[in-house]
Design a binder for this molecule. Structure first.
Ligand code: GLN
Length: 489
């Protein structure tokens, strides 16, 4: 049962030597053996390596290491297949990187290791983080642990499913337009997208560099605070990381939210919102009010343009970032007699349909003659969206919204219609365009079938402490996080 524990529980137990890092790691590996045939969260994992890392941590504990110095002591943490871990495969769930092995650790991975974590496993995702369901993985679709006929969300579907099926204690993912918050909502765990620049992107395979952030998936809010504290900070190897001190995030979890102002964005509570999702979010707002928060209506008038803006900015950046996968460097190569044919053949065979669609779209919006009409205009709308948030945050401390318009949908339901898939990110995308922070946590369940519903909280730039404080107080008052998926044993 050690795999069911939270980070705080594992580190306390391991420090007191009531369990060893090896036992905790073995419990996670056993759970993967038992359930991953159905959940399909992992693309691969190396048991021997995970156990060797655990043994090294147990040796350090024998020499006096404790969880005050190492806040992730003995905690197995699994990685989305977009993060570089030296010596482990790095594939972005794409055929074009098949067989590629990382040659260095991402900054976040270095930090996890230094904090005593066991960094293991490659978690499934939509190819190059493009998607909302993991159906765009070149390998297989991850399943929602609450109902395996449904998708776990995406693009970090494996990161969310593995945590909610208790196959690991926590995981990391990346969020460009909702890829942490949306799967966390659909799988019933906590997912946090930090402020742009809070966490170094060094060692994260870039999708859209001005939007991407790495963040944690955890079983409760305290664990999210712990992980954020470890992975945050300025890094000379990522010039967009911001030299701002890292607060003691766990210290912000006071349980007291009296007098804090919570914004309700009227534009987020309309059209296409499932009635059960709306009812849960309404109830959550009442709960926060009963705990002493003040509810204030705010307006984010440019919300309706967010999806269109995102699909111009993100695809433009992706088309540039993915140019590096050319058949010369990295992995796959399909020869063609001359370089032009080699590029064409390699990229034609290596990328899946969604990635190709985005490269074509991104190349188009950047091409001469269309740049002003699309890309430049999208940048201007992006500024307006950021100004909406700046204005709203003059009045409130956080903004509360549903994370997704519906609970988890069925595999296959939207995969034939990219626009429907894109629209499922309507509530999460603005936060990336604005660069502020956001979190999703469970706020209830649908009745039949029982599926998790996520509450999104959006914070000011570098407002993670307030975000975590409110989320933690809400979680402790409601206890939704204690509900476990059928695979959690
Ligand atoms: N679902 C969005 C997309 O397909 C967001 C993905 C992400 O955040 N990586 O682009």
């Amino acid at each position: 049962m050690l795999n069911r524990l939270t980070i705080s529980e594992v580190t306390a137990k391991v420090s007191r030597r009531e369990a060893s890092a090896r036992e905790v790691t073995q419990a996670c590996l056993d759970q993967i053996q038992r359930v991953d045939g159905q959940v399909k969260a992992f693309l691969s994992y190396d048991s021997a390596d995970a156990l060797a890392q655990a043994a090294a941590i147990d040796a350090a504990i024998a020499n006096g290491a404790n969880h005050t110095d190492k806040p992730l002591l003995g905690v197995p943490i699994a990685m989305k297949d977009v993060l570089s871990v030296k010596g482990q495969p790095l594939g972005c769930a794409s055929k074009i990187l098949e067989g590629f092995t990382s040659v260095y650790d991402a900054t976040v991975v270095e930090k996890l290791k230094a904090a005593g974590a066991i960094v293991f496993g490659r978690l499934n995702m939509d190819e190059f983080a493009m998607g909302s369901s993991t159906e765009n993985s070149a390998y297989f679709t991850t399943r929602n642990p609450w109902d395996t006929s449904r998708i776990p969300g995406g693009s970090s579907g494996g990161s969310a499913a593995s945590v909610s099926a208790d196959e690991c204690i926590a995981s990391l993912g990346s969020d460009t337009g909702g890829s942490i918050r949306q799967p966390a909502a659909l799988c019933g765990c906590v997912g946090l997208k930090p402020t742009y620049g809070r966490v170094s992107r060094y060692g994260l395979v870039a999708f859209a560099s001005s939007l991407d952030q790495i963040g944690p998936f955890t079983k409760d809010v305290r664990d999210a605070a712990t992980l954020l504290e470890v992975i945050s900070g300025h890094d000379l190897r990522d010039s967009t990381s911001i030299p701002q001190p890292v607060p003691h995030y766990r210290g912000a979890l006071t349980g007291n939210i009296k007098g804090l102002k919570i914004g309700l964005a009227k534009e987020y509570m309309v059209g296409g919102l499932d009635p059960e999702v709306k009812a849960s979010v309404d109830a959550a707002v009442k709960q926060l009010e009963s705990m002493g928060a003040e509810i204030v209506e705010v307006s984010l008038p440019h919300t309706e343009y967010a999806v269109a803006t995102y699909y111009i900015v993100a695809t433009a950046e992706a088309s540039a970032n993915l140019a590096r996968f050319d058949g010369i460097r990295y992995s796959k190569r399909v020869d063609g007699g001359n370089p032009a044919e080699l590029y064409k053949n390699t990229r034609g065979a290596g990328f899946g349909p969604e990635v190709k669609r985005r490269i074509i779209l991104g190349t188009y919006v950047l091409s001469s003659g269309y740049y002003d009409a699309f890309y430049l205009r999208a940048q201007k709308v992006r500024t307006l969206i950021r100004q909406d948030f700046d204005k709203a945050f003059e009045k409130v401390d956080v903004i509360v919204t549903p994370t997704t318009p519906t609970a988890a949908f069925r595999a296959g339901e939207k995969s034939a219609d990219p626009l429907q898939m894109y629209l499922s990110d309507i509530f999460t995308i603005s936060c990336n365009l604005a660069g502020n922070c956001g979190l999703s946590l469970p706020c209830g369940f649908t009745k039949e079938p029982k599926l998790p519903i996520g509450l999104q909280m959006l914070g000011k730039p570098f407002g993670e402490e307030t975000l975590l404080r409110i989320a933690h107080a809400y979680e402790q008052a409601t206890g939704w996080h204690q509900e476990k998926s059928p695979f959690s044993k």
